[in-house]
Design a protein around this ligand. Structure first.
Ligand code: PFF
Length: 452
C-alpha cells in the first residue's frame, strides 16, 4: 500500500476540523434555532449539550481515527467484531445524503453572492424577496450553482490532504473569522442593534418547560450537526494525524471556535434584520435569505455588506463540504486502493446526481435534511459511543492517554460520560427525531406525493 498522507502541521489539523465544524450549521441554522427556541434559553441548553455531549463525543471520533489511521469503514472493521464492524457504512451513506443537499444550499449562498455584483439586493417588500428566493432556490439557477459548488469541493479534495484541504483551510478559516468579526463590529453601530441584542439574548425559560419535546432534539441535533459529529468526519481527520499530541486540548480548541463563531453570527444577522425592520421569526429554510436580502436592500452600503456576508458563508460552507466528501473519498482510497483523483471524481459525480432533485423541489431538502439531522447523525453517534464505551473502553482510554502527560481519572470520567448520559440523550433524541420524521412523511411528504 502506498504511504498514507498526514497533516503537515498540527495547526493544519485544527484548522481543518474548525473549517469542517463552522459552516451552514452555524450561519443558516443557528441564529434561527436560537430565535425559535426562546433566545438565551435555547443557548443555554445548547451550550450544555455541546459541553457534556459534544466534547466527549468528538474525543470518541478522534480516538478511533488516530488509533487506526483508517477511514471510518476501515477503522470500525479494524477495531470491531461482529455487527460493530459495519457501523462505518452508515457514515458513508450519511455523507452521501448530507453532501447532496449541503451543496445545493451552499449554491444558493454563492448565487446571492454573485447577485451583489449584478443587480444588488434592492428588493423592498417581503413578496419580492420571497420571489427572488424562489427563483434562486429551485430550477436552473440552483442546479448551476450546485454544480459550481461541487466543482470547487472536488478540486480541493482532489488535490489531497496537504496540497488541497490543509492549504485551503489555512486561508479560509482565518478569512471567515476576520470577515465575521468585521461584520459584527459594523452591525453594532446600526440602529437596530440594541433591539436585536435583547431579542437574541433575552431568555424565555417558559419555552424550555413548555416545548422540551421539540427543544431537546433541536438542541442535540444542532450540537451534533455543527460539530460535524455522527458521520466519521472527525475519525477521518484524526486518521491523518502523524503524531500523538493532546487530543482533548485540540477538541476544546475546535469546539471553542465553533461555538464562538455560532454565537458571533447572531451578532451579525440580527442587527441587520432589526435595522431593516424585517421579521426575525420566519421558520422556513429561506428565512435567512428573505430577511437578509430585504435588510441589505435597505441599509446603507447594503450591497457591499451583502457581498461580504454571502461570500463568507460560501467559504464556510466550502470548508465544511470538503470534510464530508473526504470521508467518502478516503473510504474508496483506503479500502479499494483507488487513486485520489478517480475516487473524488466518482464520489463527486454520484453526489451531484443525488442533489439534482433538491434543486428542483424543496420537499427533497426536508426529506434529506430531516433524515440526516433527526435520525442518521444521531444514530451514527449513538452506535459509535456504545461501541467505544462498552466494547473497547480500555483501548479507547489508552489511546486518549497518548500525548496527555497525566490522564489520571479523567479517562474514567470520559468513559462513563460516554457510557450513560450521552447514550441516554441520544436515545431520547433519536426517538423524538424518528417520531418527527414519520410525522413529516405522513403529512407534508404524503401530501406532496399525492399531488403528483
Ligand atoms: N458542521 C457543518 C456545519 O455546521 O455546517 C456541517 C457538517 C459537516 C455536518 C460535516 C456533518 C458533517 F459530517
Amino acid at each position: 500500500m502506498s504511504e498514507r498522507e498526514t497533516w503537515a502541521t498540527r495547526t493544519g489539523f485544527i484548522l481543518a476540523a474548525v473549517g469542517s465544524a463552522v459552516g451552514l450549521g452555524n450561519i443558516w441554522r443557528f441564529p434561527f434555532a436560537v430565535g425559535e427556541g426562546g433566545g438565551a434559553a435555547f443557548l443555554l441548553v445548547y451550550l450544555l449539550f455541546v459541553a457534556i455531549i459534544g466534547f466527549p463525543a468528538i474525543l470518541v471520533e478522534f480516538v478511533i481515527g488516530r488509533r487506526t489511521d483508517r477511514n471510518p469503514v476501515g477503522a470500525l472493521k479494524d477495531l470491531g467484531h461482529g455487527a460493530w464492524r459495519y457501523i462505518g457504512y452508515l457514515f458513508i451513506i450519511t455523507g452521501f445524503v448530507i453532501m447532496s443537499y449541503y451543496s445545493v444550499v451552499a449554491g444558493w449562498f454563492l448565487r446571492y453572492f454573485t447577485l451583489g455584483f449584478t443587480e444588488g439586493y434592492a428588493v423592498d417588500d417581503p413578496e419580492a424577496a420571497l420571489g427572488l428566493f424562489g427563483s434562486i432556490s429551485t430550477g436552473l439557477d440552483a442546479l448551476l450553482f450546485h454544480a459550481i459548488f461541487m466543482a470547487a469541493v472536488l478540486i480541493v479534495v482532489g488535490l489531497g490532504i496537504r496540497q488541497g484541504i490543509e492549504l485551503a483551510v489555512k486561508v479560509m478559516v482565518p478569512a471567515i473569522i476576520a470577515l465575521l468579526v468585521g461584520l459584527a463590529l459594523y452591525a453594532a453601530t446600526m440602529d437596530g442593534a440594541s433591539a436585536a441584542y435583547s431579542y437574541y439574548l433575552s431568555p424565555d425559560f417558559g419555552v424550555i418547560v413548555d416545548e422540551w419535546q421539540t427543544l431537546l432534539p433541536l438542541a442535540a441535533g444542532q450540537a451534533f450537526f455543527t460539530l460535524s459529529l455522527g458521520m466519521g468526519v472527525m475519525i477521518t481527520y484524526a486518521s491523518y494525524l502523524g503524531e500523538d499530541r493532546n487530543l482533548s486540548k485540540d477538541g476544546l480548541t475546535i469546539i471553542g471556535f465553533d461555538t464562538g463563531i455560532a454565537i458571533l453570527v447572531g451578532f451579525v444577522v440580527f442587527p441587520f434584520i432589526f435595522t431593516a425592520g424585517t421579521d426575525p421569526q420566519q421558520e422556513t429554510v429561506g428565512a435567512i435569505f428573505v430577511s437578509l436580502t430585504q435588510a441589505f436592500g435597505e441599509i446603507p452600503a447594503g450591497q457591499i455588506l451583502g457581498i461580504i456576508f454571502f461570500g463568507t458563508v460560501a467559504i464556510a460552507a466550502l470548508s465544511s463540504a470538503i470534510s464530508i466528501l473526504e470521508v467518502v473519498v478516503s473510504y474508496l482510497i483506503d479500502e479499494y486502493q483507488q487513486d485520489r483523483v478517480t475516487a473524488t471524481a466518482i464520489v463527486g459525480g454520484a453526489i451531484f446526481l443525488l442533489g439534482i432533485p433538491v434543486t428542483q423541489d424543496l420537499i427533497f431538502l426536508d426529506l434529506f435534511d430531516g433524515a440526516v439531522d433527526g435520525i442518521l447523525l444521531v444514530l451514527g453517534a449513538l452506535l459509535l459511543v456504545l461501541f467505544v464505551g462498552w466494547v473497547i473502553p480500555d483501548a479507547a482510554t489508552d489511546e486518549l492517554g497518548k500525548g496527555i502527560a497525566n490522564l489520571g481519572s479523567s479517562g474514567d470520567v470520559w468513559i462513563w460520560l460516554v457510557r450513560v448520559p450521552i447514550v441516554l440523550v441520544l436515545v431520547v433524541s433519536l426517538a423524538l427525531g424518528i417520531v418527527d420524521y414519520v410525522d413529516f412523511l405522513s403529512t407534508d411528504f404524503a401530501d406532496w406525493f399525492a399531488a403528483r
